[in-house]
Design a protein around this ligand. Structure first.
Ligand SMILES: Nc1ncnc2c1ncn2[C@@H]1O[C@H](COP(=O)(O)OP(=O)(O)OP(=O)(O)O)[C@@H](O)[C@H]1O
Length: 257
């Protein structure tokens, strides 16, 4: 059974279509969604996380095809989501907040204590268990955001720009956490940062203007960059993967011009 099977998903706001016929069959591992501002990454992730079910198309999550309120609810229990700008209730402690997240995900009460403890251990939050959210650093808050997304042990974890605002050490640590999570589930992360993708992801989707323009491994992206010469562009040094990404962006913009 495929963990997430999407066929021709469309999503938009009013009459404006932002995601155009997204199709993918995804299983365990880290999938990186890479694209510029406004490409539609958040809209796509919210659709896959069933914050807003797709306008059209077919979405199946761990064998549940999303068709109506009942199936949306069942599929949601298999998905964890960390939104981009999470409205953290600053007065709650980490432990209280994770209990609240477990309740929102309809985790049975008898399993909540163990689930919260497991999420705290997994995200290395033990020393912060009783800290109020408003007192935490950005990096620790990001880890709390990931913990709330996986407290109900979902098969799919969707994280919208989880490395934003992190210092290099925190970024490296979070990448390791994501790799660990992906050993037993599907993790989908959006980012603007090519390096995040190279060091974390098994698969990369380059998303431009609401469509997937490239699907492959980080090495494939690297190879596109190397084929493009791998040389600095406009005097700015870049990695081969960054070159590959920019090549794809330029090609798409050229084709649309
Ligand atoms: N609630 C909304 N109502 C109307 N338009 C929206 C809404 N949210 C996003 N959009 C528009 O949809 C398009 C895609 O936005 P989206 O946030 O999905 O892109 P993104 O790739 O996640 O961007 P970023 O990297 O800046 O977060 C943008 O043009 C945005 O203005």
């Amino acid at each position: 059974m495929t963990t997430l099977d999407a066929q021709a998903l469309c999503q938009g706001y009013g009459r404006r279509r932002v995601v155009h016929e997204f199709s993918a069959r995804l299983d365990r591992g880290v999938v990186g969604l890479l694209g510029p501002n406004g490409a539609g990454k958040t809209t796509l992730l919210e659709t896959l996380a069933l914050v807003r079910p797709p306008e059209t198309g077919r979405l199946e999550i761990v064998g549940t095809e999303v068709r109506d309120l009942r199936t949306v609810r069942r599929a949601r229990q298999r998905v964890g989501f960390q939104p981009q700008n999470f409205p953290y209730p600053g007065g709650l402690t980490v432990e209280e907040f994770l209990h609240y997240a477990a309740w929102l995900r309809e985790l049975p009460k008898r399993r909540t204590g163990a689930a919260v403890a497991a999420a705290i251990t997994q995200l290395e939050l033990t020393e912060h268990t009783r800290s109020r959210l408003r007192t935490l650093s950005g990096g620790t808050l990001q880890r709390v955001g990931v913990a709330q997304a996986l407290v109900h042990d979902p098969a799919v974890v969707i994280l919208d720009e989880p490395t934003v605002g992190l210092d290099p050490a925190q970024r490296v640590k979070l990448r390791a956490v994501l790799r660990g999570l992906a050993a037993s589930r599907l993790v989908i992360v959006s980012t603007h940062i090519v390096d995040d993708v190279v060091h974390t992801c098994d698969q990369v989707l380059v998303f431009l203007a609401g469509k997937v323009h490239f699907a492959g491994t980080p090495q494939d992206l690297n190879d596109i960059g190397l084929a493009a010469g791998g040389a600095p562009t406009d005097g700015h040094a870049m990695s081969a993967a960054e070159q590959g990404y920019l090549r794809l962006v330029e090609k798409t913009q050229g084709a649309r011009a």
